[in-house]
Design a protein around this ligand. Sequence first.
Ligand code: P1T
Length: 379
Amino acid sequence: MKFNTKTIHAGQMPDKATGAVVIPIYQTSTYKMDEINVHKGYDYSRSGNPTRNSLEECLASLENGRFALAFSSGLAAEHAVLSTLKPGDHIIAAEDMYGGTYRLFEEVFKPYGIQFSYVGGNTIDFEKAIKQATKIFWIESPTNPLLRIIDIAKVSAIAHKNNIKVVVDNTFASPYFQQPLLLGADLVIHSTTKYIGGHSDLIGGALIVNDEEWYTRLKFLQNAIGAVPGAFDCWLTLRGIKTLSVRMKKHEENALQIAYFLESHPKINKVYYPGLPSDPFHNLAKQQMTGFSGMISFKLDKGDQKAANSFFKKLKIISLAESLGGVESLICYPSAMTHASIPEAQRNAIGVTKDLIRLSVGIEDAEDLIEDLSNAINY
Ligand code: P1T
């Protein structure tokens, strides 16, 4: 099956019991056994649920992976990956990343003895930071919030030479624009809260992996830790997935128009969008992605929270809110919102400064979004 067909049909064959064309919401915590431990494949919904299984099968298929596991949030999915490590193990992460991931590393797993190094996104940065104990390279591409692109194939080649696994958070691209496993990555993470769900109405996460041993351990942890999504959230996620390709095309089309508008605006100092030919990551993005997705960051010429607030207050269509990837456009102020958990000096060193604004471009009409931004920029 090709991608669009998979979004509608992978893991979503008509229900065997009733013929229902849409996967039912199996809203049950438990399942009747015929005798002790003899059942129809399900014994308790933390361990397995048919609606969740449909979602997992579909996600594996979309990422061209063998196995997928669904979680109650993106961070819960990350927690499971980190729980496969032992004290003393070392992770090298690209420094530009979601603030909540940084917080999970530093404030939850570091106290348990996992070591973390943060590097720039170049292959050489990863290579230089390798230690005997390095087990994982952890990257986002495009990164949150600076939309940097990391060369997944090159980084994976270095990793594999050194017996290290590569984890790629593919949330910003979605499987529609990028499939990291095909580029050499070992595991893909999604916050399905974002483009995959696509409607800002659920919190969810997922892992997609090819290695059976790693999958078996992660599946054990999914059940043993227990951060599983409910059946209704799995169903909503599947409903979102059905329109993934049409939404992603429109997100990208709108984002490109808005990026050009911002780039030419005298009050905007800088625009970060890999779809712009002037962007330093444009060629790499073209090489490893089939499109540039719908996230843009930019810098206002007046760079403080007060100026940003005046700008946000003037917006009529675009909402100031955490999150991204929904049909509605959302704007955010990373230094005090999504990336507030990263210490200020480190944020500044990475480039997540007080003049930075992040825009998740929705699928409204681009003309309306541009008018909204244009009115607000004259704060
Ligand atoms: O929010 P949750 O579903 O737990 O996903 C965490 C997460 C993981 N990875 C990336 C790249 C993310 O952007 C996120 C969540 N990000 C936001 C809420 C945000 O506004 O950036």
